[in-house]
Design a protein around this ligand. Structure first.
Ligand code: 3YE
Length: 210
């Protein structure tokens, strides 16, 4: 069975979507560890409730980013992970961390990348006058939110949308897309190659599967 480790910093709604998919039999995987950099992350409770091991590694306990990242690597590798899933994890990862998990590290981002990397994506999509918005899942590289795209889900921006209404709809889109991509991964169908992202041996277009 495919082993997932999930990194969180917050309430863990994407983690919950993954746990629910495992629970209802639609995702053949096991979460070996939920790791948070914040002791008060709500997702830790979701993990405990599902009987999943948890760990807190607080970045403030480390003198610099590389040593924090090394501590996370030790914990993750002790639990064994075929895929490391960033799910609302809010730290920039060092090049050593990214290299260590090359081709096994995946992030979900609340915009249609390459639009709106970084924070406040809903406000920025509205300010830019975008007509659509959504979420993207990508393999993680050193460049923040810049790695090869695996999949995107789109939604129209409505006339009365605010950052809050958009955020809610994008989250719903994330909760469908993350389990879907992890099903591909768990079935051994999804790989990062030197040519790009491969699904069933076919290289996906730059925006990933739509
Ligand atoms: N690291 C690399 N590449 C990536 N981390 C994430 C994606 C991703 C990655 O594609 N190398 C917020 C933006 C980070 C920020 O600046 N964070 C601060 C700390 C803020 C805090 O603790 O609240 C920092 O110094 O890391 C996951 C998404 C990261 C978003």
């Amino acid at each position: 069975t495919h082993r997932l480790a999930v990194l969180i910093s917050g309430s863990g709604t994407n983690l919950q979507a993954i746990l629910d998919a495992i629970d209802d039999g639609s995702l053949d995987a096991r979460v070996t560890l939920v790791l948070s950099n914040r002791a008060d992350a709500g997702g830790l409770r979701r993990a405990s409730r599902a009987g999943v091991d948890t760990a807190v590694i607080d970045h403030r306990d480390y003198p610099d980013r590389p040593s924090f990242d090394r501590a996370m690597i030790r914990e993750l590798d002790a639990h064994g992970a075929d895929t490391v899933v960033l799910a609302g994890f809010m730290r920039i990862l060092s090049s050593d961390f990214v290299r260590h998990y090359d081709g096994r590290l995946i992030n979900i981002h609340p915009s249609l990348l390459p639009l709106h990397r970084g924070l406040h994506t809903h406000a920025r999509a509205l300010e830019a006058g975008d007509r659509e918005h959504g979420c993207s899942i990508h393999f993680v590289t050193e460049e923040l939110d810049g790695g090869p795209l695996i999949a995107q889900a789109r939604l129209p921006i409505l006339a009365n949308d605010t950052p809050e209404t958009l955020s809610k709809r994008v989250q719903e889109c994330e909760h469908g897309l993350y389990p879907e991509v992890l099903r591909w991964r768990a079935a051994g169908r999804l790989r990062l190659t030197t040519q790009g992202v491969a699904l069933d041996g076919e290289i996906l277009p730059p925006q990933g599967r739509q």
